[in-house]
Ligand binder design. Structure first.
Ligand code: B12
Ligand code: SF4
Ligand code: SF4
Length: 237
């Protein structure tokens, strides 16, 4: 077992956010989604995320496989890390069918803060990150520090993310209007079809902004889900 080499392996594939929780500290969030959790068998839970474009480069090199290539690759990274570098059994909680709220889990990490944009922010990487996998492991790893890091929105006076949104979906923290955003994004020729102008305007971690192909890929998939959702619920308009 060599967790250090495992971290290097994940890092070389663009996984630059890594957090270990004691599984017991997440029980209230895990039980409603997955039922019984044996914390003696699985003492540690690992949350991994990518920030910036490095993950995209690694994904392109790995190849686009399966219905959801990002999930496919993320699962591959998580399982390789557990088996090859920790010599540990594991249970993948995300990606999976379990209705896990990754944001509720990440809220406990100390480095994940709410923003007017709805998505969360990291003090260094800004909003340019996403959670890629959450898994339980039989190996016991030291829990990561959960002390709160600096919350960038608190010192952001101008809050350019608010004025940049053409749909008035972005306001005070906690008031993000997902429906207004979605309805704006699904309009034909919407400037937000394949990007979020407000997210781009946020000055924090701008050097980690996704490369155009990566940005288009993620926003197209998000938009496609929204189109499907509103097509299925059009009778409620
Ligand atoms: C389903 C889903 C969606 C659906 C929500 C439909 C609905 N309201 O029912 C749709 C397709 C709309 C969506 C959109 C987006 N999503 Co989304 N989504 C998820 C997903 C897969 C499941 C959420 C869920 O059902 N959880 C279970 C319930 C019990 O937990 P919950 O946290 O209360 O879930 C609710 C909220 O998460 C909300 N929601 C989901 N996404 C978003 C995004 C924003 C900005 C807000 C305010 C709310 C919201 O909808 C859920 C159901 O009500 C999560 C991954 C996960 N497993 O957590 C990602 C996730 C929440 N989404 C994420 C992102 C980035 C987005 C998009 C930006 C993607 C994109 N590029 O288009 C957009 C946001 C809109 C925008 N600004 O453009 C990220 C957020 C990362 C972060 N840093 O905070 C997550 C965590 C995925 C990830 N791998 O990191 N998403
Ligand atoms: S522009 Fe300012 S308020 Fe908006 S998300 Fe970025 S740091 Fe937070
Ligand atoms: S995608 Fe467009 S409509 Fe949605 S929050 Fe971003 S700027 Fe506003």
């Amino acid at each position: 077992m060599d967790p250090r080499l495992g971290r290097e392996y994940l890092g070389s594939n663009g996984i630059n956010l890594f957090h270990v929780f004691d599984t017991t500290s997440l029980l209230d969030l895990l039980r409603p989604a997955i039922g019984h959790v044996d914390t003696d068998e699985f003492p540690s839970a690992v949350l991994i995320a990518n920030a910036g474009a490095e993950f995209w480069r690694a994904l392109e090199e790995f190849g686009m496989h399966g219905f959801d290539p990002v999930d496919y690759f993320s699962s591959h990274l998580a399982t390789t890390y557990a088996i090859k570098y920790l010599d540990s059994d594991y249970e993948l909680l995300y990606p999976s069918e379990y209705p896990i709220s990754l944001r509720a889990i990440a809220d406990r990490s100390g480095w994940c803060h709410p923003t007017p944009l709805g998505i969360t922010i990291h003090h260094h990487f800004g909003t340019w990150y996403a959670f890629r996998a959450l898994f339980l492991i039989k190996a016991r790893l030291p829990a990561s520090d959960c002390s709160p890091t600096n919350h960038p929105c608190e010192s952001c006076i101008d809050k350019p993310c608010i004025s940049a949104c053409h749909a008035n979906a972005v306001g005070e923290i906690g008031s993000f209007n997902l429906e207004a955003c979605a309805r704006f994004r699904i309009q034909e020729s919407s400037p937000c079809s394949f990007r979020c102008i407000s997210r781009i305007r946020c000055p924090v971690g701008s050097e980690y902004q996704y490369v155009p192909k990566q940005m288009k890929y993620h926003y197209k998939r998000g938009r496609d889900s929204m189109v499907r959702f509103y097509a299925e619920h059009s009778d409620q308009d």
